[in-house]
Design a protein around this ligand. Structure first.
Ligand code: C2E
Ligand code: CA
Ligand code: CA
Length: 644
């Protein structure tokens, strides 16, 4: 028998401190987080501390010696049982923090807890062997078996050190720091206890270090979205970062309700909020994992770390549910939903790529539920490839400008042209302007692209070739994002001065959707450009919802009716009437019209007799490079003036 302990205030203090830890864990809602290890850890610590304290208190309770010994023994058995699993729980906590739970097989688990089990068996035989401890005359005597408990705890602590070293990146610096603090403080407690058992400080030091650990852990409030009770976007980012750092394979299912904000505007925030909550609850119940996230604005995600074979049935289940509607009171709403199934790292291997999914718009616009996976995800990568190509293109001066003729119906000649950007990349080949302009707008490259186009147009005008072919002015497209640049007017002015071009040589086109954006900077920039002397054309009229009087107030010189309006008029009488009334309305406001998409002689005659002044379309020519444009225009205008 080795030594004997005395009643110590440390025991009471340990009880209080460990009880506080339990309180903190419950209060922070940490027990609801992914696993309950932390809760077990603090409860375990509390029970062990309570048992030592009660055991120390019994001698002063005036019991008869036999019952007193029995009571003390019961306390000590419970204490040893709980205390021996404390270290193993901490090992599990570190494994979880490193995001390695999924790697845990039964074999590993059994190996890990084997020492503890051996000790518990030894403890079970202790009444006969007295190997671990014995109680005699209300005093506690430690046996050799105690050293086995310490030895096994040491093994666990070595495992913890190894885990913290190997997975330091995955755990993250802050957490690692917290854990290491807890770890070394506990170690001090163990060593002191082993050397000077009289003081009985071990439980106290352990509970103090534990309370430090739990107090520093994030509040659950900071991790979850309060409305849906799912984890929030920050947690999604953190978790993915951790998994990617540990190089594990996993999958993410992103559930995106399309036109979510549109629904909020149309149907009101309250019902949509209710439905969103229902959807979140459904996802939580059916995802077979607790790693469910609310990424806001009708986008949810589930992180799947189980076997891939289980994913298929999950996707199917989600597909079926989202094909049906969601109800709130009398309202039944069906969202067009995109289910993105991403295998990490095969499909995407960075946080940026994963996040780019949230706003990605695949080309096919069929409604209902779409499952986007494997090859169908390539368009997301395509965007970043186009962006890289554009950066190359700008550096290597690969951007070109083509011109498309605009025909004047009154004079019967081509009198102006629209400048259209063209880009052929050395790796990706020809890239459609709608695609690269869209990418340029998203990636902040549009000011450079726009400026480059503007400069090429000025250079071409200053060559005199356009004027020589009878072109009065060139239409240049302005992206709304480009107009967010406050000193756009100064940039343009400088370029025009360099080439000796005036604002009479250029008309700027802005789209109807840009005008609808209703942004202050946009209108200010437009005003500054107008002050410089630029005239404006309204592009793609008829594709938006703007009312004509607000457009009238903006003093457009030209309104370009979108080609879809013309093409629809081919198909039905009612669409034909819409086109006619649009034309009449604009003419009555004394604004000139360009109709785009003129492909047939029939279009030309119909529009000419309706009073449209300008026509643009493949009937005259597709957009072509400058020299070809000049040739075509000269030829066309020569023939027509000969005929006329
Ligand atoms: P947009 O401004 O509406 O340009 C007219 C588009 O209609 C051009 O497509 C033109 O080729 C096409 N088009 C004209 N007539 C016909 C026709 O008869 N039939 C058919 N099928 N198409 C016709 P493109 O060149 O592919 O340009 C697409 C869009 O890309 C443009 O639409 C414009 O929004 C944007 N874009 C092109 N260049 C620039 C630029 O330099 N800056 C900006 N911000 N956007 C540009
Ligand atoms: Ca245009
Ligand atoms: Ca247009």
């Amino acid at each position: 028998m080795i030594g004997m302990t005395e009643l110590s205030d440390f025991c009471m203090a340990a009880v209080i401190v460990s009880l506080l830890s339990v309180g903190i864990v419950v209060n922070k809602g940490l027990a609801r987080r992914k696993n309950k290890i932390l809760l077990f850890l603090v409860l375990d610590c509390f029970v062990a501390a309570a048992m030592t304290a009660i055991g120390q208190y019994i001698p002063s309770m005036d019991l008869d010696p036999i019952s007193a010994d029995l009571a003390i023994k019961i306390c000590l058995y419970i204490y040893h049982a709980f205390h021996s699993i404390f270290a193993i729980l901490f090992v599990m906590y570190v494994i979880e923090a490193a995001g390695q739970w999924h790697e845990m097989t039964w074999t590993w688990l059994i190996l890990l807890i084997l020492p503890t089990i051996i000790f518990l068996i030894a403890l079970a035989f202790n009444p006969e062997t007295n190997w671990v401890f014995t109680v005699y005359d209300m005093a506690y005597y430690r046996g050799e078996g105690i050293y086995m408990e310490y030895a096994f705890a040491m093994i666990d602590f070595l495992i913890v050190i190894a885990l913290m070293l190997v997975f330091r990146n995955a755990i993250g610096r802050v957490k690692l720091f917290r854990m290491a603090g807890f770890f070394f403080l506990s170690m001090i407690g163990v060593v002191v206890q082993m050397l000077i058992p009289e003081y009985n400080v071990e439980m106290f030091i352990e509970s103090v270090s534990l309370i430090g650990l739990v107090a520093l852990i994030e509040n659950l409030d900071e991790l979850i979205n309060p409305t849906t009770n799912l984890y929030n976007k920050e947690t999604f980012l953190l978790d993915n970062k951790q998994f990617i750092a540990t190089r594990i394979e996993y999958a993410v299912l992103v559930i995106r309700l399309n036109k979510y904000e549109h629904m909020v505007t149309a149907l009101g925030a309250a019902p949509i909020l209710e439905i969103t909550k229902d959807i979140a609850a459904w996802i939580h119940e059916n995802a077979t994992t607790t790693d469910c996230y609310d990424l806001e604005n009708g986008v949810f995600a589930v992180i799947l770390r189980n076997k891939k074979t289980d994913h298929e049935s999950l996707i199917q289940k989600f597909f079926e549910r989202f094909s049906e509607s969601w109800t709130c009171n009398d309202l039944a709403i069906q969202f067009n939903t995109d289910l993105f199934y991403l295998n990490i790292p095969q499909d995407m291997n960075s946080i940026n790529e994963i996040m780019s999914v949230l706003g990605a718009q695949p080309d096919d616009n069929s409604g209902g539920v779409r499952v986007l996976r494997g090859e169908k995800l390539s368009f997301i990568k395509r965007e970043s490839m186009v962006e890289a190509a554009l950066r190359r293109g700008l550096k290597e001066d690969a951007l070109k400008v083509f011109y498309q003729p605009i025909f004047d119906t009154k004079q019967g000649v081509i009198h102006s042209a629209e400048a259209l950007a063209r880009f052929e990349d050395s790796e990706l080949g020809y890239i459609n302007p709608e695609e690269f302009i869209h990418v340029a707008e998203k990636s902040a490259l549009i000011p450079d692209v726009g400026e480059r186009v503007f400069e090429i147009v000025c250079r071409d005008i200053s060559s005199g070739k356009l004027a020589d072919a009878g072109i009065d002015f060139v239409e240049v497209n302005l992206s709304p994002v480009q107009c967010m640049k406050e000193d756009l007017d100064k940039d343009f002015q400088k370029i025009m001065q360099r080439y000796g071009v005036t604002t009479d040589d250029i008309n700027l086109e802005v789209t109807e959707s840009a005008v609808e954006m209703d942004s202050r900077v946009f209108f200010e920039t437009i005003d500054k450009l107008k002050k410089l002397g630029f005239h404006f054309s309204l592009d793609d009229y008829g594709t938006g919802i703007s009312n004509i009087s607000s457009l009238f107030n903006m003093k457009f010189h030209i309104i370009k009716i979108d080609k879809s309006i013309l093409w629809n008029a081919d198909k039905s009488d009612s669409a034909r009437m819409i086109l006619d009334s649009i034309i009449r309305m604009i003419l009555s406001l004394n604004i000139k019209i360009v109709t785009e998409g003129v492909e047939t002689e029939f279009h030309k005659d119909m529009l000419t007799s309706a009073g449209v002044e300008y026509l643009q379309g493949y009937l005259f020519s597709a957009p072509v490079e400058l020299d070809k444009f000049v040739r075509i225009t000269k030829e066309y205008n020569r023939l027509n003036s000969e005929n006329g």
